[in-house]
Design a protein around this ligand. Sequence first.
Ligand code: UN1
Length: 513
Amino acid sequence: MSDIASLDLATQTRDLLSSLGVDDRRLSAQGLAITVRSPVNGQTLGHVASATVEETNAAIERAHGAFLTWRRIPAPRRGELVRLLGEELRANKDALGRLVSIEVGKSPSEGLGEVQEMIDICDFAVGLSRQLCGLTIATERAEHRMMETWHPIGVVGVISAFNFPVAVWAWNAALALVCGDSVVWKPSEKTPLTAIATDAILRRAITRFNASGDAAPDGLAELAVGGRETGAALVAHPRVPLVSATGSTEMGRIVGRELASRFGRAILELGGNNAAIVTPSADLDLALRGVAFAAMGTAGQRCTTLRRLFVHSSVYDAFVPRLKAAFSSVSVGSPLEGHLVGPLIDHAALERMQEALAAAMELGATVHGGERVDVGAPQAFYARPALVETPVHDGPVLDETFAPILYVLPYDDLEDAISLQNDVPQGLSSAIFTTDLREAELFLSARGSDCGIANVNIGTSGAEIGGAFGGEKATGGGRESGSDSWKGYMRRATNTINYGRDLPLAQGVTFDV
Ligand code: UN1
């Protein structure tokens, strides 16, 4: 292993950004600036200017102006811009993927996977741009027709989190743009560089779009790098009818309340406390791989990360020791050098992990792993994934700790396991490992998992973009990405048209003047 502390990620970052067309002066901001560090070795990558509230409000006004023009452009033409964005992302996949790996600490494969997710949603949105369909509905009145139409809603605020610093923007932006909306994006203050790079990629797509005879208005997609106040400005602004926010439940509670007070719309994608059930009929080899990736991949920092595992008593001794061996042997270290488990995002994340483990031990749990791993860079925070055999479904087991901790509990009755899996505040993702049709169908039924995502024989994480993504309860209830999530980015109008010469009133009401 090379000396991780002396890896010059700052120079690599500058080179990557300049290859993506970002002026390197963006990294040397003075005054109100955010310091960006790589979690891989703690090195400072640069200082990025932070938007003031006035600047954020000005961006929102520009985006509102852009919306007034953009909504008049036919949806399939709007789709052409997103098609070009997809092309630019394909052309810059390696550089952007590498930058994701450096800024977030993901493995190269996961960094590239994140950009692939952006490309996929662009492809999806291009097709969608010709399918923003409403219904035609039977009316009770003669010579009338009733239908619904979908119209652009306005400026869409996007607040994204550090762990998927660019894919989540793409889920929202690709849909919003084909739907005729403009976008103002506040990325996580921990990951502004990948946002700046993505913005540069989008600019190139816009230039090509305009060169082909179309005109994307100025302000169509704004980037507002900043902290809490920037997000608050987006949430408060009356010209932002919809905010799509990804992050903690605590953040979502504030955003949801603020938006509700002005009747703004929210798409909230908040915490998950995802569980899987391993039943007696499970293919244990497959379950082992599914559980390992879901629990340890991305160092446990996905909202879909597997955090709780219910294993049937009859297979507990055959399965859990193998899982423990996987946890204790998985390689922890620089993801840029091939290790599967990379760093936590910062010191606070490591502290929260240690606090959760201590709390679990207080409640009688046995903790395997979980210790800090010294990689020779004091400002980087790596931990061995923790497998926690807990006698109680309580305390930290009920919280989402954004770190690789898997709580394991035995069960005897599937219905009990399902009710325990549902007995947490969050409701994002869930899985069952079984080859028994009855068990699988029960899990997917109305009496089964209460989550927005319920899988059979795959883990809880790594959803494709084609399905709607989101969850229930404290996860916030929003849906992004595929299926008919686009409807959240448009307003629906019901239209009744009378093509006759009479004026029959609905419900048989008479009013003869
Ligand atoms: C997130 O962690 O906020 O399903 C999003 C997954 C990814 C997206 C995760 N496609 O794990």
